[in-house]
Design a protein around this ligand. Structure first.
Ligand SMILES: CC(C)(COP(=O)(O)OP(=O)(O)OC[C@H]1O[C@@H](n2cnc3c(N)ncnc32)[C@H](O)[C@@H]1OP(=O)(O)O)[C@@H](O)C(=O)NCCC(=O)NCCS
Length: 181
């Protein structure tokens, strides 16, 4: 799926939102590793992100060609600052109306409106792809992300107790959230 938009951030910098292509593989992996290190709110530990650049290239080329998934990069002054996208929840007919959402913006770019712009782009793309629901899990203490999702109309529909187990042995609950599209 194709997406391209330029916007001016709250601090006056220009941000390009565009569909990730195979050539973005190294930057996408770097963003994922960095954002996985910066907070405890991502699914994976940074050292679990073991895809090679070549594997990521193949993955991104497939996503770019697909009509049911997208990854949008946010590029600020030539630097990939974050990424957001969705994938189908599953291939079964009964859940083809549902897509899973994910987003990660590097800490030094927080609070500039990138998350808001990227989520708006993903919501548009998900509607265009024919999805009816966009869903996600979020750590209950991740107030910034929850505020972002609620701003777009995501509702909390459940709680997954102890959904994340960390290496130090403690657990965190996850809110289950969805946006009717
Ligand atoms: C969550 C995340 C995507 C937000 O990105 P961002 O670029 O900072 O988002 P924005 O600048 O558009 O701000 C979005 C909203 O966050 C909220 N927010 C901003 N600063 C906040 C703060 N200090 N505390 C709580 N909420 C805050 C506001 O509601 C803001 O919207 P508003 O400016 O219209 O009021 C980003 O922090 C991130 O990637 N975090 C790490 C990875 C992560 O947690 N991913 C989500 C996993 S479910």
């Amino acid at each position: 799926m194709d997406y391209y938009r330029e916007l001016t951030l709250q601090n006056g910098q220009t941000c390009i939102l565009k569909t990730a292509s195979a050539d973005d593989a190294a930057d996408v992996l770097r963003n994922l590793r960095l954002t996985s290190q910066e907070t405890d709110n991502m699914l994976r530990c940074a050292d679990e992100i073991t895809l090679t650049e070549e594997q990521e290239r193949v993955y991104l080329a497939g996503v770019e060609r697909s009509s049911d998934a997208i990854l949008i990069c946010a590029v600020v002054d030539g630097v990939l600052a974050g990424a957001a996208g969705f994938n189908p929840v599953g291939t079964a007919e009964r859940c083809r109306h549902r897509a899973e959402f994910g987003i990660s913006v590097q800490r030094k770019f927080w609070g500039m409106g990138i998350g808001t712009a990227a989520l708006a782009a993903v919501v548009d793309a998900a509607r265009q792809a024919g999805y009816e629901q966009l869903e996600l899990d979020v750590v209950v203490s991740n107030r910034r992300a929850i505020a972002l999702y609620q701003k777009f109309g995501f509702i909390k529909y459940g709680l997954h107790p102890g959904g994340f187990r960390y290496r130090d042995g403690h657990y965190e609950d996850l809110f289950l959230m969805l946006l009717p599209l």
